[in-house]
Design a protein around this ligand. Structure first.
Ligand SMILES: NC(=O)c1ccc[n+]([C@@H]2O[C@H](COP(=O)([O-])OP(=O)(O)OC[C@H]3O[C@@H](n4cnc5c(N)ncnc54)[C@H](O)[C@@H]3O)[C@@H](O)[C@H]2O)c1
Ligand SMILES: [Zn+2]
Length: 341
C-alpha cells in the first residue's frame, strides 16, 4: 500500500493506493453514509451493503442538481447531521456528486472517497473539484473542497469494463507527456501488463499518477496557472468528445496526438518525441486516427466555454515530459489545424 499526502489551503487529504482498502470502512468512526454508484454497489454488494447506502445513479445525464436534491432529502430522512461522515464510492461521477453534496449539506460535513474507476483514481478523486452539470454543460456548478481521505482500491477495478479502464489510461499517459518522461518510457515498456491489470504495475502506475496530480494541485489548487497543464489533450478532446460519442479518455487520446503534432509544427517538439507519445497511446488501444475534419474541430473549439476572447489557451509540449500554456489567436488556429492532417 502507498500513502500520499495532499496539502492545500482548503484542506488536506490522505490518499491511499492499494488492495482491499474498502475493508477499512469497518474502522471508520462515525459509521459512514455511503453515496455509492449504482453499478459499483451491484458489483461489490458484499463489500458495501453492511453500511448505510444512498445510491448515485450512473450516467452523465444524472450528474445534476436533481440528483443532488434527492440525496439531500435522503440525508434528511436518515437524520444525517454535522457529525455524520459521507463517503463517495464510485468513479468520477459518483465522487464529484458526493463531494458536492457533502460540501454543501449543512454547509459542509466531513467526507472521503473510495474511487472505483481508473480515471477516478488517477484524476477525478484527487484535487477537490466537486460538482454537477447544468443543462448538459459539464461541471458548471461546484465547489473546491478537499475530501479528508481518498482510497484508490485496486481490487474494485476488476469489475470495471475494459473500455472504461483503457479510457483511464489516457489520463495516465497525459502525466507522462506533460511532466514525467521516464514514466512515458515505463508505460511503453509495461503497457501489456498494465492492460492485463498486473497488480504490481497497476499499483505503481496509479501511485505515480496520483503523485503527479498532487504535485500540480498543491502548487495551484484553484487553477490560476499550473493546473491548466492538466488540460493537455483536452481542448481538442472536449471538441470531439460529444460529436464522436467517444469516451472521455479516447477523445483526450486523440487530443494529445493532435496537440503533440501541433507542438512539432511549431518547432517545440521533435517528431520522434511526438511519435513516442503516439505509440504509447496506440499501444494502450486508444485511438490515434481522427474521424472529424479540421473545420469541424475548429467550429467545436469555438463553442468551448474555456475560450477567452479571441485567444485559446492551448497546452503544448516543449519536450517529452514538459508542457507549456500557449495562447493562440483563434484566427491563427484554423490553418494550424489544417496543417495537422
Ligand atoms: N473532479 C475532477 O477533478 C474530475 C476530473 C476528471 C473527471 N471528472 C469527472 O469524472 C467523471 C468521469 O469519471 P469516470 O470515467 O470514472 O466515469 P463514471 O464515474 O461515470 O464511471 C464510468 C462507468 O463505470 C462504472 N463503474 C465505475 N467503477 C466501476 C467498477 N469498479 N466496477 C464496475 N463498474 C464501474 C460506472 O457505473 C459508470 O457506468 C465525469 O463526470 C467527469 O466530469 C472529475
Ligand atoms: Zn480528462
Amino acid at each position: 500500500m502507498h500513502q500520499i499526502k495532499l496539502n492545500t489551503p482548503s484542506g488536506n487529504t490522505a490518499i491511499s493506493v492499494g488492495k482491499e482498502l474498502s475493508k477499512g470502512l469497518a474502522n471508520l468512526s462515525p459509521g459512514p453514509i455511503l453515496l455509492v454508484d449504482e453499478n459499483v454497489l451491484c458489483e461489490h454488494n458484499e463489500v458495501f451493503c453492511p453500511y448505510t447506502c444512498l445510491v448515485v445513479p450512473s450516467g452523465e445525464r444524472y450528474k445534476t442538481l436533481e440528483t443532488v436534491e434527492k440525496l439531500y432529502r435522503d440525508l434528511v430522512k436518515i437524520e444525517a447531521d454535522r457529525s455524520s461522515l459521507i463517503v463517495g464510492v464510485g468513479g468520477g461521477l459518483a465522487t464529484d456528486v458526493a463531494g458536492y453534496v457533502a460540501s454543501t449539506f449543512l454547509r459542509e460535513i466531513p467526507f472521503g472517497f473510495i474511487s472505483s474507476s481508473l480515471l477516478g483514481q488517477v484524476d477525478a478523486s484527487i484535487g477537490g473539484k466537486n460538482g454537477v452539470n447544468l443543462d448538459g454543460y459539464k461541471n458548471m456548478i461546484g465547489t473546491i473542497r478537499q475530501p479528508s481521505f481518498v482510497w484508490c482500491d485496486l481490487d474494485l477495478l476488476n469489475t470495471l469494463s475494459h473500455k472504461e479502464y483503457i479510457s483511464g489510461i489516457a489520463e495516465v499517459i497525459k502525466y507522462g507527456a506533460i511532466m514525467d518522461e521516464p514514466f512515458l518510457h515505463y508505460l511503453k515498456d509495461q503497457m501489456k501488463d498494465l492492460l492485463a491489470l498486473d497488480p504490481a504495475v497497476l499499483e505503481k502506475v496509479v501511485t505515480r499518477s496520483v503523485k503527479a496530480k498532487v504535485e500540480i494541485v498543491e502548487k495551484d489548487e484553484k487553477e490560476s496557472g499550473l493546473r491548466r497543464l492538466l488540460n493537455f489533450g483536452h481542448t481538442i478532446g472536449h471538441a470531439i468528445e460529444r460529436d464522436q460519442k467517444l469516451l472521455h479518455g479516447q477523445a483526450v487520446a486523440l487530443g494529445m496526438v493532435l496537440a503533440s503534432r501541433l507542438s512539432v509544427n511549431l518547432g517545440m517538439l521533435s517528431s520522434s518525441d511526438a511519435e513516442l507519445i503516439e505509440s504509447v497511446i496506440s499501444s494502450a488501444g486508444l485511438p490515434v486516427e481522427i474521424a472529424l475534419n479540421p473545420e469541424e474541430i475548429y467550429a467545436n473549439i469555438r463553442k468551448d466555454k474555456k475560450k477567452s476572447g479571441e485567444m485559446i489557451h492551448f497546452i503544448l509540449l516543449d519536450g517529452p515530459g514538459s508542457a507549456v500554456v500557449k495562447p493562440i489567436p483563434m484566427d491563427e488556429l484554423k490553418p494550424m489545424l489544417h496543417d495537422l492532417y
